[in-house]
Design a protein around this ligand. Sequence first.
Ligand code: OGA
Ligand code: NI
Length: 359
Amino acid sequence: MDCLQGWPQPVVRVQALSDSGLMTIPDLYVKPPAERPSVGNGGAVTSDIPVIELGGLAEGAAECRATIRAVADACSEWGFFQVVNHGVSPDLVARVREVWRAFFHLPMEEKQAYANDPKTYEGYGSRLGVEKGAILDWGDYFFLHLLPESIKNQNKWPALPSSCRETVQEYADELAKLCGTLMKVLSISLGLDVEQLQTAFGGDAVGACLRVNYYPTCPQPELTLGLSAHSDPGGLTILLADDYVKGLQVRRGDDWVTVQPIPGAFIVNIGDQIEVLSNAVYRSVEHRVLVNAAQERLSLAFFYNPRSDVAIAPVSKLVTPERPQLYRPMTFDEYRLYIRKKGPKGKTQVASLKAQSVN
Ligand code: OGA
Ligand code: NI
């Protein structure tokens, strides 16, 4: 794919811009007025995404059913929820945050050794999409593949801090387990067999990757975004947000709801592939990230994706005369090229699967 060979403009690290102490941000980061943080916040939304206690799954049948129902309601009403009592050790969560904070605070030369390119996106990056002249987001990131094993390459993960690779692997193992559980819950909640969603994802050959987002402080946070509005292209996302610094906003009608992170919780959201498989019973929901002048923010997004070479289409049980098939099939390999070329663009990609008539 020729257009994914290199970045269209020289790469500038947002962290370096922030550290330079400039008082006005370069035009390249100034969003058009309609996309700025103040827009769509007039509705004074006071509600927040649901919080679900996952411990209920291991209790009696009634608690288990109630938990599955709570997940179903959260998925159909919000596309987002927080989970507590999720079984991932607080110590591991603290360590993984710490290694990534340490990585982003290494001298720039150390980080530059991992500079990424748009072919695989693996490594240290500062933009999504290769469209020349696009307005950029105020954030840097590190992207790496965890699953399948065949494409995992630990040499591309940071060697420093020295515990990074080991800690990331430990975190990945735990999060893949949690996703396995959530896939069963989602499957049952959709009225499918317990393993059906996982099977549709390609069984044991699923994909997983990690995007660690680093949002430096910004002198003019009202003019830009840390991450533009998008839905996640993959299956399921488990976000470890910064415990203290808010920033994530979730689309609710015409408003944006600021998520109040609960210390120790994960934020879970439905990606486009589950929207497609569920024939829109569950929808991926747009979200975006605000930055601020006072504090940097760190978040870890773990993406659980279908095997990249199987066609993803609505499962037949969810296609009925009343609810015809809404999306045409596409492999995830093909699907993710869109965001890799165009960058975050709301829900335009999943909408494009609908545009074509389906049989
Ligand atoms: C993402 C994302 C949210 C955040 O990486 O896809 O939506 O709070 N991140 O950083
Ligand atoms: Ni996202």
